[in-house]
Design a protein around this ligand. Structure first.
Ligand code: JF5
Length: 269
């Protein structure tokens, strides 16, 4: 996979070749180091045309802050994702913004299946809205939010998304199963749509707290049911919206699930 990142702060990402920054460490660093991902970080100011390397201007219609200039972004994206840079025309442009569609595990999985991702990091009040509109006439463009809060720029959101994507690439994760089984696991797993319940390791007793005995029982059916019960309780407690979604899916909750949720005080709509 090829990944291009356009930003006015290329230093944020460090040199992944030197193992620096969010691209250099952990799973992403291993993926880059093994050649599974070809990362390229570009300074947007390289496409500015005036002596001050200006990338922003005042908003039409007035208001606070600055808006990133469409001409600079247009030339940058032509160079990084345009026809000559991407002969197959297979690039997908991802623009982090609080007003985008939610970034989900399913979206991460769809990005992990792409050949070429281009991330456009906005700053200030964002990028002139004609840029995504025009680029969309030639390639897939996703305006994506990683959550309901406002960052100073898209760089941290790109680091988050790349970490979610890279661990799904074939061979990147040490344990292939754990990517499918964790919270929001993208696989066809039986825990899909639920948060992970509690996990334990040795010692069996720690500071007077015992590991739940069922986990030591060797009864794999009982363990699986207990884990699902705990996952349901936790999800009902902290993410009732997820339980409501599961309850709306005909295959989402069985009778035992509904019993556990009722005992936990969850009321179905
Ligand atoms: C950004 C203008 C982009 O703040 C974010 C963001 C929040 N959730 N998801 C992304 O992106 C950076 C800030 C201001 C455009």
């Amino acid at each position: 996979m090829r990944v291009d990142i356009v930003t006015i702060f290329p230093d944020y990402f460090g040199s992944h070749a030197a193992g620096e920054g969010p691209l250099g460490v952990s799973l992403i660093g291993k993926a880059g180091g093994r050649g599974d991902i070809d990362f390229r970080v570009h300074d947007l100011r390289g496409w500015a045309t005036d002596v001050h390397n200006t990338v922003d201007d005042s908003p039409f219609g007035g208001g606070p802050g600055m808006v990133m200039k469409p001409d600079v972004w247009g030339d940058a994206l032509d160079a990084v994702a345009g026809d000559s840079a991407d002969p197959g025309g297979t690039a997908r442009l991802i623009v982090p913004t609080p007003s985008g569609q939610p970034f989900t595990q399913d979206l991460a999985a769809s990005y992990a299946a792409e050949r070429h991702l281009v991330f456009a990091c906005g700053r200030y009040e964002g990028i002139d809205s004609r840029v995504p509109a025009e680029v969309r006439t030639r390639m897939a463009v996703d305006e994506v939010s990683i959550g309901d809060y406002v960052l100073a720029g898209g760089e941290a959101a790109v680091a988050v998304m790349l970490e979610a994507v890279c661990r799904l690439l074939p061979g990147v994760l040490g344990n292939e199963q754990s990517a499918a089984d964790d919270s929001f696991g993208a696989g066809a797993g039986k825990m899909r749509g639920l948060l992970e319940g509690p996990v334990y390791t040795r010692p069996r007793s720690w500071r007077g707290i015992e590991v739940p005995p069922v986990l030591l029982s060797g009864d794999h059916g009982a363990i699986a049911r207990w884990r699902r019960d705990e996952a349901l309780r936790r999800t009902a407690e902290v993410r009732p919206d997820l339980v409501t979604s599961l309850a709306a899916d005909p295959d989402g909750l069985d009778a035992r699930d509904r019993e556990v949720l009722a005992e936990a005080g969850f009321h179905f709509a």
